[in-house]
Design a protein around this ligand. Sequence first.
Ligand SMILES: [Zn+2]
Length: 896
Amino acid sequence: MLLPILRMRIVKFLLLLIFVSGHAFAQVRLPKLVSDNMVLQRDQPITVWGWAAPKEKVTVTFKNKSYSAVTGADGKWKIQLPAQSAGTGFEMIFKGKNQLTIKNIAFGDVWLCNGQSNMVINMERVKERYPDDIATANYPDIRNFFIPTLTDLNSPQDDFPNAEWKSANPKDVLRMGAVSYFFARDLYDQYKVPIGIINSSVGGTPIEAWISEGGYKDFADIQKVINQNKDTAYVQSSRQSTFNNTPKTPKLSDRGLAEHWESESYEPKSWRNFNIPGYWEDQGLKDLNGVVWFRRDFEVPESWIGKPVKLYMGRIVDADEMFVNGKSIGRVTYQYPPRRYEIPASLLKAGKNTFVIRVTNSAGKGGFVPDKSYFMTANGEEIDLKGTWQYKVGQVFERAEMADRQQIPFVEQNQPAALYNAMIAPVLPMKLKGFVWYQGETNVGDPKPYNAFLPALINDRRSLWNDQDLPFLVVQLPNFEDIDFSPAESNMALLREAQNKALTLKNTAVTVTLDLGEWNDIHPLNKKEIGKRLALSARNLAYEDKNVIYSGPTLKSQSISGDKIVLTFDNVADGIKSIDGEALRWFAVAADDEKFVWADAKIIGKNQVEVSSEKVATPKYVRYAWQDNPEGINFYNAANLPASPFRTDGQQLDETKPWKGKKCAVVLTYDDALNVHLDNVIPALDSLSLKGSFYLTASSDAARNRIKDWRAAAANGHELGNHTLYHPCDATGPGMSWVKPEYDLSKYSMGRIQDEIRMCNAFLKSIDGLDKRTFAFTCGHKKVAEGEFIQTLSNEFIAARAVRHEMHTFEEQKLMDINCYSMVEQSGKEMIGLVKQAQERGKLLVFLFHGVGGEHALNVSNQAHSELLHYLKENEKDIYIDTMRNVSEHIQHLKK
Ligand SMILES: [Zn+2]
């Protein structure tokens, strides 16, 4: 071993060398994720990566084997190691010109947990609720990697400035996200496999910040913002104008501060009574923004003197400073953290002790949040701090000093892709078991776009990790805010509905938490139950424990009979129930006018609820738990999981009416199996949860070469339709000289076209495994030399699409001759015009696209196509949008 001084000299010498010679002495460097105690995903090839000098050879030694790579000109290297089964305590040695050893590596399951403050909230914050869970947190193989808040407006980053892997023990668990810890612990207890949690979350951030630039393919307006944000001058001026528009902190002229109202020697004059908890707006101080002081004397028992005392002051809106006997014992600058102060041992005295609180609030109601704990404690005894205090106003903020809240401030962490770039992109080389998403509070103000953003996020993550099947678990917003005692409109309900739409994508789960919220706290404390429910979803979706029930009842359909509506549910386990034995709460019904009134809801079977109200003779729609805070829900399944909120007025489910009760139907079809269908169209459709019908010619390049992509599209609900084997057309007509003689349909025999169409069906079945198929006539041509051929194939198809520009009503529509509108250079507006015609006339409108954003002479732009899709999505309430297969089956079913 070297003498310390000598060692220091060598270090200094080496540092000097690096300093003077720059690149030539670059060291092998590892990303923060590849570090001591890391968890790597088991059972998949493993990637380790980092940097070194250009052209430097880097070797990693693991389990006595060596693997190496040479860096490129950019100094980056990446080495793949063979898949490992679960285990722990491993070491890797990285060697270039220097050597680094990474210790205590585990192989297990890595989950990326992501969201806003409720995902950030750590065990420290909930320690009073879960003391035993913290004391017993001895799980060396549950490891947490918490990513610090970072933004980048320009491009994806490849590392974090700091962050490390920490094992769960009673000390370090305090820094672990509470939801993710309980989630990890349940999985660990179940499978005894190391669990790695990568927690990438920032309070108060919108979903837009977490989607990558590439994930915004179909969002032209957001792409514009992202590009604008790359312009440094623009960003500078936005920052400046935000700064200029930020209300200057009102000039402090607080009489309380000037006169030292906290001081022991201060003699209170003209203070008035105030009841804590409560808001001062409710106790006589109307619309007051400013500084209000509160005071009260308490006697403390002799036995407390000389002991530290814990003081809980609930929550205070907005900022407070707490004084005991003239000394400050702590302050919190904003409303959300719980007030937990400690009174130092030396401060309390026998007899009278004076408590003073200085509260500052500049918007909304100020004061002390109800239903929270207000007490102090020592020696296992408690003194209640609620009750009558005195108050006096120190300062009133004038309106002129107040916020001008008109302009939306430029906040970097709210910009699209900004958090993705800095806090998700560096994780990309890590293989994952799946994703957990707990976000939405920040988007409640404008919930509609969330319908598009959430699927966009899910598809984005899956494409970035190159695995369309990666499980994605969503935590739905809990009950929160005041209780509405009448049926009401609710943005929170709309956002929860948008979260439920994640379920239209495969391998997703939505964890309902309508029973876990707190009316007065956006950060409810029951994180354990959320973690537990998430773990149930993970077990089913990611661990193939298909018997695990993870969802409460979800609406399947409604049927109306007279003055009652019968609702049928999926995910009922052994049956639905009222968990407290009382009648089901929070159901409302409405007639055509959509005026909702509370309804009686009766369980009438294992999976059915009958809903009615004597005020609504002809009910048409039902809503369940459609409130900000449907407190006290009691509708559960036998597995004690709560039902998911829903409404049937937004999404009609009436199977007994043409177009499922909507005004019209629209089918989007795409012919000739083009690459742009896979690269442009399907991501655009998926981002809005819309489904298309793709007519594939089996011999075409993009049909044959991209079978995996077509299979993924089919698994996601898109239709693969038959467009023959060789795309023959009648070459005799005008403008058809391009048809090759060997594929001239007019020269085909009946037998040949039948064979080739059947071949195409076999090809399609090998991709999607389905038997029900629709057909699209190539060039719209229906005849071979012997006459029309489709009738001879009527057992193979439920519908066939021609190309005549017409639309028909439900009654007129023939299934073996469905017309369509072929699109060539139409604008979004023109296409939307066609949809409006269909809406007015109650018809089935079928669009036919070839190129979308290129690749075909018959083309429309991505922009126009996107405008059409957004119009359809926004008017989904009136338009039945589905694949040709589903619409044809719907017609067939009703016409029987
Ligand atoms: Zn075609």
